[in-house]
Design a protein around this ligand. Structure first.
Ligand code: NFE
Ligand code: MG
Length: 514
């Protein structure tokens, strides 16, 4: 017997994602349940930011494109100014490079702390046990009745912050649950601290007004450097003493999730955080590269194209982004998503923290990543293959948060106090360029064409567009669709497995459909 299972909306991610799974009866470990035969990710909204940029002053692009998202705005700003820097034949100053790195890094720290505590943790923390223990049955009942009333009124969906939830397996130890909940609250403060770090040099957060092609408009005075440093120390302490240990504790408790949600098993990283003033693409903190079928290769950006066979767009399929379009076609037959299907040499590739860690792990030029990850894998008694999993994604995210926080301290120490934060530039009458970086959720690229001092064409290819992509022209499912397929679900009325898989990718649908 075959069954359709739909989760819509899939909550505790950013934006509007529907997950459709076709399941069949199955048995695993002596338990009867259902197995996902195939899954579909549906991005439910069209935004059209690329269209909005057309005809505008190129300098508007980095401001408007930051509005793609409130979670990863800086990455869109950086991708946009990288594209402009290429078009203007411009390199950031020494300080400009460091300040751009420090603002982007603050955004990564903020986003990863947010994801673990405020989006993913409630898949594991037993919030109901805490509410009951705390003697707040009243609070629990109040939440319940609020939800019931809302449903009865049909005016809002049952989306109270903590309940209802899938009634399945959560952390059993009450102390661990209490501790994780208290960290949930502390994490709100840490997010503010990280956003303050971004604002010290970015002038304004979430959407920075200070990052510009060639650097940053904020002069790195000693006061600003110290203000960033104080907050970085606070954030780093939380990341090392609280966040990573919590990830490891959850990983040990839910070890089975190292076997669930593998995905397509091949990975892409565009590279981020330039390490030298020449802006050598290979010499970045996260180096660019791919791992396809277990084999590392350098990045070749000409291999990126976006298929639209299953997407509600009218333009030809398989366009490279420098020729890309986003012409909405909501009635297109056979399509089921507003997300395009970016492919690399025709292959779906996973992007994000796990992809950064694994591409760098296999890159001889980043031997330190192999050393770091091997040490953690040994301590958990895990083989490398298990990293491609729900828990592997959480672990990779936690690890790289520590690495980025430590690196920020080094960049701070390299700043030339009061030195020039940006280079001068002139916008050419015509030109083109692309900017690649890593957003918290993965590989991000912006492509710009300028004609008569105006933006002629603008395209962005975005992390969640890769991960939540629908089937491509060859019928290959996207990475999240592949991660869902084959999953055993114990109870189709409480399909927590699917939520845990999708959330391990940290999807942002606002970004995906841009
Ligand atoms: Ni809206 Fe984003 C990140 C980008 S994800 S969060 O990180 O780019 O597609
Ligand atoms: Mg796009």
């Amino acid at each position: 017997m075959s069954n359709e299972l739909t989760i819509n909306p899939l909550t505790r991610i950013e934006g509007h994602l529907a997950v459709h799974a076709e399941t069949e009866e199955a048995e695993a470990g002596g338990k009867k349940g259902f197995r996902v035969k195939e899954a579909k990710c549906e991005g439910e909204m069209f935004r059209g930011l690329e269209k909005i940029i057309e005809g505008r002053d190129p300098l508007d692009a980095q401001q408007i494109m930051q509005r793609t998202c409130g979670v990863c705005p800086i990455s869109h700003g950086i991708a946009s100014i990288r594209a402009q820097e290429m078009a203007y034949q411009l390199k950031p100053t020494h300080n400009g490079r460091l300040l751009q790195n420090l603002i982007l890094a603050a955004n990564h720290l903020h986003s990863h702390v947010l994801h673990f505590y405020h989006l993913a943790a409630l898949d594991f923390v037993d919030i109901k046990a805490i509410l009951q223990y705390a003697g707040t049955d009243k609070l629990l009942n109040k939440l319940k009745s609020w939800v019931e009333q809302a449903v009865a009124r049909k005016d809002i969906l049952p989306a109270a912050p903590f309940l209802p939830r899938y009634e399945r397996d959560y952390v059993q130890d009450l102390d661990v649950n209490m501790t994780l909940l208290s960290h949930y609250v502390r994490a709100l403060e840490v997010r503010r601290t990280c956003d303050e770090m971004g604002a010290i040099f970015g002038a304004h957060l979430p959407h920075s007004t200070a990052i510009v092609p060639g650097g940053c408009t904020q002069v790195p005075t000693i006061e600003r450097v110290l203000a960033y440093r104080t907050r970085l120390l606070e954030a780093t302490a939380f990341i090392k003493d609280v966040y990573l240990p919590d990830v490891l504790a959850v990983a040990k408790t839910f070890k089975a999730y190292f076997d669930i949600g593998r995905g397509c098993g091949s990975f892409l990283c565009f590279g981020a955080f330039p390490m030298d003033d020449a802006n050598t693409p290979e010499n970045q903190f996260f180096r660019p590269g791919t791992v396809i079928d277990g084999k590392w290769a350098p990045l070749d950006v000409s291999k990126v194209a976006e298929d639209v066979a299953s997407s509600w767009y009218a333009q030809p399929s398989g366009l490279h982004p420098d020729k890309g379009e986003a012409n909405a076609a909501p009635d297109k037959p056979g399509a089921y998503s507003w997300i395009k299907a970016p492919r690399y040499a025709g292959r779906p590739l996973e992007v994000g923290p796990l992809a950064r860690v694994l591409t760098n792990y296999h890159d001889a030029g980043a031997a330190w990543v192999k050393k770091e990850l091997d040490a953690v894998l040994t301590s958990l008694d895990l083989p490398l293959e298990k990293m491609a999993s729900v828990m592997g994604r959480h672990l990779a995210r936690g690890l790289e948060t520590v690495w980025v926080a430590d690196q920020c301290m080094k960049w701070l120490s390299e700043i030339e106090i009061d030195g020039p934060p940006a280079s001068d530039f002139k916008i050419p009458k015509s030109g083109s360029g692309y900017g690649l970086t890593e957003a918290p959720r993965g590989a991000l690229g912006h492509w710009i064409t300028i004609e008569d001092y105006k933006v002629k064409r603008y395209q962005s290819v975005v992390p969640t567009t890769w991960n939540c992509s629908p089937r491509d022209d060859r019928g290959q499912p996207g990475p999240v669709e592949q991660a869902l397929a084959g999953t055993f679900i114990e109870d189709p009325a409480q399909p927590i497995e699917l939520g845990r898989i999708v959330r391990s990718f940290d999807p942002c649908l606002a970004c995906a459909v841009h």
